[in-house]
Design a protein around this ligand. Sequence first.
Ligand SMILES: [Zn+2]
Length: 96
Amino acid sequence: MRSFLKQRLMPGKFSPEPMTEDFTSLQVGALVSMARPVIHCPTCRRPGALERSSDGARRCVHIEGSVLHPDGMVVEPLDHCEFAGPRAATAQPYQS
Ligand SMILES: [Zn+2]
């Protein structure tokens, strides 16, 4: 979903500042980049994007930063809650 992120870059205006995306103002049920659904965080009750990290843990990203590196876009969560998978699933309608 790199094209989604690139749309936000102003052509010809390179900025080393990370872009931030605040998911806490989005509607629950919306989809954000990389097809992540927005859920109510079971930990802090704010909306956030549900994603699975590489080690299998689930986390809810509330604010995400994107930095453009020479080899591509690097995205990292600036504000997120982590939670165990099975228990959190009962607190929200999204279930895969
Ligand atoms: Zn949270």
